[in-house]
Design a protein around this ligand. Structure first.
Ligand code: GCW
Length: 674
């Protein structure tokens, strides 16, 4: 339950050093709730780590931690260049012997600084060495909860929703505060409370009151609330006769609705919208464009400083050739047509949160539109909360992808991280969204290691160019142990875990061959569902002649959506990274691979390797028993047993199926399916 905020007792010299540097806390008189939260956290942390909480003091003497803004800090204790920290940055610096100053321009910055100090101590930095200056690179760092109003969670594997809608607004669970603390510790500053498959009711008065109560709890922690809006809400509530975004009565309804929400929640963040996707209503129902729809909502929230996050995840049966093309085809032509307070929210890859996808071709291709990147933290396609898969490397892989697109007048191409940091669109709107893996489970995320995915998302939203390995280390040090050898092993195990999943589920660029609907377990054989793109066979296209999706000019030509340099590289199987080979190419089974094996032999070897790796996670974790408490060790071990068994299931099922269509014998050395 404590997540990475465990603050377990230190011993010996370490404890003494923390005691020496955190004897007193000095803060502005009459602290705001936000500064109060920072002070409480520092007290809680130091108390936990040393057994003694710092006391409040009016003046800075040796042993003090001083929290202050330019207005409250005396000149001698004011670090330089505070203005450059902006609204949310902080600096931690020793400004006098034994005096640690945490400075920021706002109280939220101070809260982030307090958490950063605790994180540094918690990862083993000596208190007199803590010297940090940090400014978030993205403005909106937002969790997307796919939580329904009946407390079920779409694609949630961690129990029911943490929002107890029934008891709200009167009953405010302590858990909401702990949720806010965890997010603030990472710099997450927004939460969309309800599912993108939204219900109209969420925008009625009783639900606005419930939302306002949550906003009140989260506000001191720097977190704004947002809501997913169903495009047809006014029509379905029978308050208008249409939901056409260009109908004046519709625009007026949304303006009144926004006014009503902002009366209850003055700092409401805005709306997230899934429109004309998977059966959701949208502007296209009225032959209007996504921009027409987004801009109408944007006009309603603009007077209040709100934003609209309009999702680009669209696909429809009318596009049977290649679902991967649709978002780009619909959105790229709209570049420059969106209102200034609209962000287009784009999933990391062009299909749907697969274990591996290439980066989405929209990144870099809409230079006049703020693009918000959407990752899925909950592991819909990576074994739910049972399988261990640290997603840091997946996130990092997308963020570091070279788009081949440039900023105006620039020489060098941009990575996805640079695109979402706003390299092409000057202006303040930047952001990253993560589909939350949070529920009422005691572990919050359904398993201990899934907490690391929440953590990694938050840290990468703060700095999209951070290293996923360094983040894993930070998390594991605070969560499990700081014994160097054990920490090394845990980090290595985490770093290997996602690639293991890719190998036993979808190696070499295969994708979406999971069981239809639930998306757990293999089902490459499914071919009889109504819409073509619901069937796994649509994605792998395996038959006697070969396997893979031809997205080059001889196939769907989705490749042409990438910048010419990237497209050119991926057009040739010889220059396509092996990891994405069957994403872009359909190849004969005997296609020669760099290893010297045939494609078929390579595929079989990868599935085998995945099983070996999954078993390896289990034995490697077993060896860590001396370093982890018995209960958590056993809880992880039980899941790793399932993972090893299910890796085998994946391998056996996929090899047996591909054999059945290819008619080929198993390559030498590969054991027959059990
Ligand atoms: O990954 C798919 C999921 C749907 C989800 C959709 C989306 C919320 O299977 O459950 O709906 O993506 O992102 O909108």
């Amino acid at each position: 339950y404590d997540l990475w905020l465990r603050y377990r007792p230190l011993a010996g010299a370490e404890r003494a050093a923390v005691l020496r540097h955190a004897r007193t806390l000095v803060a502005p008189a009459a602290p705001s709730p936000t500064v109060q939260a920072a002070l409480d956290e520092l007290r809680r942390g130091v108390q936990g780590m040393t057994g003694r909480a710092p006391t409040a003091a009016g003046r800075a003497a040796a042993g003090a931690i001083v929290l202050g803004t330019p207005a409250s800090l005396p000149a001698a204790l004011r670090p330089s260049a505070l203005a450059a920290l902006g609204r949310e940055g902080y600096v931690i610096r020793r400004m006098a012997p034994g005096v640690t100053v945490i400075a920021a321009n706002t109280d939220t910055g101070l809260l982030y600084g307090a958490f950063a100090w605790l994180r540094a101590v918690g990862t083993g930095v000596a208190p007199d060495r803590i010297d940090e200056r940090a400014v978030p690179k993205l403005q909106l760092r937002v969790l997307n909860h796919w939580d329904n109003l009946d407390r079920t969670v779409e694609r949630g594997y961690a129990g029911e929703s943490i929002w107890d809608w029934w008891a709200l607004p009167d009953v405010r669970e302590r858990r909401y505060v702990d949720y806010a603390r965890a997010n603030a510790s990472l710099g997450i500053n927004g939460a969309v409370l309800n599912n993108v498959n939204a219900k109209p009711e969420i925008l009625t008065a009783p639900w606005i009151a419930k939302t306002a109560a949550l906003a009140d709890v989260l506000r001191p922690y720097g977190i704004r609330v947002y809501l997913s809006a169903r495009f047809s809400t006014p029509l379905e509530l029978q308050e208008t006769d249409t939901a056409d975004p260009l109908a004046p009565e519709v625009a007026a309804w949304w303006r009144r609705k926004a006014d009503e929400i902002y009366r209850a929640i003055p700092d409401f963040g805005g709306f997230l919208v899934k429109a004309n996707s998977e059966g959701q209503p949208g502007p296209q129902d009225y032959r209007r464009s996504h921009a027409d729809g987004a801009n109408m909502l944007a006009a309603a929230v603009a007077p209040h400083g709100g934003v609209v996050m309009w999702r680009a995840f669209v696909y429809a049966a009318e596009n049977p050739v290649d679902r991967a093309r649709q978002a780009y085809d619909e959105f790229q032509p709209l570049d420059g047509k969106f209102a200034p307070n609209v962000l287009v929210q784009v999933k990391n890859g062009p299909i749907d949160f697969q274990p591996r996808e290439p980066f989405h071709p929209l990144f870099g291709a809409m230079p006049k539109t703020p693009l918000m990147l959407e990752f899925q933290i909950t592991k819909e396609y990576l074994g739910y909360a049972t399988h261990l898969a640290y997603l840091g490397p997946l996130f990092e892989e997308t963020l570091r992808s070279e788009t081949g697109r440039k900023a105006a007048q620039a020489a060098a191409g941009l990575t996805v991280a640079q695109v979402i940091e706003g390299a092409q669109v000057p202006g303040p709107l930047t952001g990253m969204a993560g589909v939350a893996n949070i529920g009422s489970a005691r572990t919050w995320s359904g398993s201990h290691f899934d907490q690391a995915n929440w953590y990694a998302f938050g840290r990468l939203a703060w700095d999209p160019q951070a290293s996923s390995r360094a983040i894993a280390r930070e998390w594991a040090a605070q969560t499990f142990t700081r014994v160097p050898r054990a920490l090394d092993d845990i980090v290595a195990l985490m770093m290997d875990s996602r690639e293991a999943v890719v190998n036993y589920m979808t190696p070499l660029g295969l994708h979406h061959i999971m069981g239809t609907g639930h998306h757990h377990g293999p089902a490459p054989w499914v071919a009889d569902l109504a819409r073509p793109e619901w069937n796994p066979v649509y994605y792998h296209k395996a038959d006697r002649g070969g396997i893979g999706f031809d997205r080059t000019s001889t196939g769907s030509n989705a490749l042409a959506q990438y910048a010419p340099g990237v497209a050119q590289r991926y057009a040739d199987p010889r220059t396509t990274p092996e990891t994405l080979l069957l994403w872009f190419h359909r190849l004969p089974w005997d296609h020669p691979m760099p290893s010297g094996r045939t494609l078929w032999a390579e595929l079989a070897a990868r599935y085998d390797l995945g099983v070996t790796q999954a078993r390896g996670l289990r034995t490697r974790w077993a060896a860590l028993a001396p370093f982890v408490d018995v209960r958590r060790h056993a809880e992880v071990a039980a899941r790793l047993d399932v993972q090893a068994a299910e890796a085998q299931w994946w391998r056996d099922a996929c090899l047996a199926y591909f054999q059945s269509v290819s008619g080929l014998p198993l390559p030498p050395g590969v054991r027959p399916p059990a």
